[in-house]
Design a protein around this ligand. Structure first.
Ligand SMILES: Cc1cc2nc3c(=O)[nH]c(=O)nc-3n(C[C@H](O)[C@H](O)[C@H](O)COP(=O)(O)OP(=O)(O)OC[C@H]3O[C@@H](n4cnc5c(N)ncnc54)[C@H](O)[C@@H]3O)c2cc1C
Length: 453
């Protein structure tokens, strides 16, 4: 097959599909190339035995206006589901007991999660001077501004929940730019958050509500809606061994599809795949630059899905529970999915998701399925107060490259990406190797990539 197009997008995950959708809206002539036989990347919803579960991400945060705008632009093809606000508690495990994360100042005073010393220390947070090291790890920044117990029982479990990561290896400026900017622009997390609350927001900014979202029927409904709207004939699946080479003002892409050679000539290429995929894909790229990009580490994670037709454990009245590293458990946390989202489990039942591994316990991801089952049975039954462990659904999903960790390599990595893009005009490197790891970040970047085309 030979084709000439204006733009070629590589990778049909959420980023690539969002880009394709907005390219279609702009009437651009494009093609979307995917290695697997199914689009969606890590987003895959399954329906089984009365349960609807996700193999990859479960929920996102409406962290920017591009999220509601995408659902509006999809014109009813799929419906955004905002998670039930009745169950907005987030639990943190301390000495075997779930403690709700404080949601306001009175709870913050009363919670046993933080030490009395750190609670007093917090009063001084607005008056502490700002950091000067742009490469300061998150753990150092939190200790400096808030104290060790806030790091151990608020930030550390939060980092496990979002990055499956280690706060001492994530660089705040790159992993949490909004937090970094609060300190840099306002001199304080607390003062900055309060000031920002009272700052005038335009109608578009107000769309970023920070509510938790999914999609009615599961996230794959969003993927189907994007594929349909972007035009299914623009999506080529089963495209293996992609190799891109510059040729004058153009790029020539060669690949194989079902044992047939595919050749595509294009002026612009957008990659949305991981840093570890770029070397074989861009054989012309400078070795040193690729080395810098490949320094990006990814957390290895196992997600275990548990479905119960009759739930007999603790009341599921929250978003879920996270387990600080200091508690020395073998699971990272539990999401109470059937409490958050509708029709995920039969009436009276429950759907939960448990995570294992992450950058500090990668050893657990080498365990066999039988060993994982033993760990999950022991830990889940204990923390969820379940006397008999007899799930009606038990799925183990393994990810070698789950979540990129924006660490100390970030500056060098971003410089290398910029250099590649400026040397080879028309090459654009996107995906979650930059600009954020969450679904909201992916939607925002996907739209931006179509805009800059
Ligand atoms: C287990 C897990 C849980 C998560 N939980 C959450 C969560 O709760 N909330 C949240 O907001 N985010 C979460 N995330 C992150 C979020 O899901 C991802 O950041 C996002 O879905 C990534 O989308 P993407 O399109 O950038 O990448 P991907 O989904 O990885 O898509 C990339 C695509 O490129 C294809 N590809 C790769 N190499 C090639 C090649 N050489 N040629 C052609 N195609 C190629 C892949 O097959 C894939 O389809 C989670 C991620 C994981 C793995």
């Amino acid at each position: 097959m030979e084709k000439t197009v204006e733009v070629a997008v590589i990778g049909a995950g959420l980023t690539g599909l969002t880009t394709a959708f907005y390219l279609k809206k702009k009437n651009k002539d494009f093609i979307l190339l995917e290695e697997k036989d199914i689009p969606g990347g890590v987003i895959q919803t399954r329906h089984e035995n009365g349960f609807t579960y996700e193999e990859g991400p479960n929920t996102g945060v409406v962290g920017n206006p591009e999220v509601p705008e995408l659902f509006e632009d999809l014109n009813g093809l799929c419906k955004c589901e905002i998670a039930s606000e009745k169950v907005n508690k987030r639990y943190i495990l301390k000495e075997g007991v779930w403690e709700p994360m404080p949601m306001g100042p009175i709870q913050a005073v009363n919670t046993p999660l933080f030490t009395l010393k750190d609670k007093f220390r917090l009063l001084g947070e607005p008056f502490r001077s700002s950091g000067t090291n742009p490469n300061e790890p998150l753990s150092e920044m939190v200790k400096r501004r808030m104290g060790q117990s806030f790091l151990d029982y608020a930030i550390d479990p939060f980092i496990l929940g979002v990055y499956s990561g280690d706060p001492s290896r994530l660089i705040t400026k790159y992993a949490f730019p909004k937090l970094y900017n609060l300190e840099q622009n306002y001199g304080s997390f607390i003062g900055g958050s309060i000031k920002k609350m009272f700052e005038k927001k335009d109608e578009r900014e107000k769309k970023a509500t920070r509510k938790v979202f999914s999609v009615e029927g599961g996230l794959s409904e969003l993927i189907s809606a994007l594929c349909k709207s972007a035009g299914e004939d623009s999506l080529l699946l089963n495209i293996k061994n992609i190799e891109v080479n510059p040729a004058g003002d153009y790029f020539i892409i060669t690949a194989m599809q079902n044992n047939e050679k595919v050749t595509i000539t294009t002026k612009k290429i957008i990659t949305t795949t991981g840093s570890y995929t770029l070397r074989p894909m861009l054989p012309f790229a400078d070795n040193e630059l690729l080395n810098a990009v490949e320094k990006l580490k990814y957390a290895r994670v196992i997600q275990v899905i548990l479905g119960f037709k009759q739930w007999k454990g603790m009341e599921l009245d929250g978003f879920g529970g996270l387990i600080p590293f200091i508690e020395k458990r073998e699971i990272l946390g539990v999401l109470f999915l059937s409490a958050l989202l509708s029709y995920r489990a039969p009436e009276g039942g429950a759907l939960c998701s448990v995570f294992l591994g992450g950058v500090r316990r990668e050893d657990l991801t080498d365990k066999t399925d039988d060993e994982v089952k033993i760990i999950v049975e022991r830990e889940f039954s204990d923390v969820m107060r379940l006397k008999e462990f007899n799930p009606d659904l038990f799925k183990i999903i393994r990810y070698r490259y789950a979540i990129p960790q924006y660490g100390i390599e970030s500056y060098e990595k971003l410089q290398a990406l910029e250099q590649l893009q400026s040397t080879y005009k028309g090459l654009i490197i996107g995906g979650n190797l930059r600009d954020g790891i969450g679904m909201a970040d992916r939607i925002k970047q996907g739209k931006h990539l179509a805009d800059i085309i």
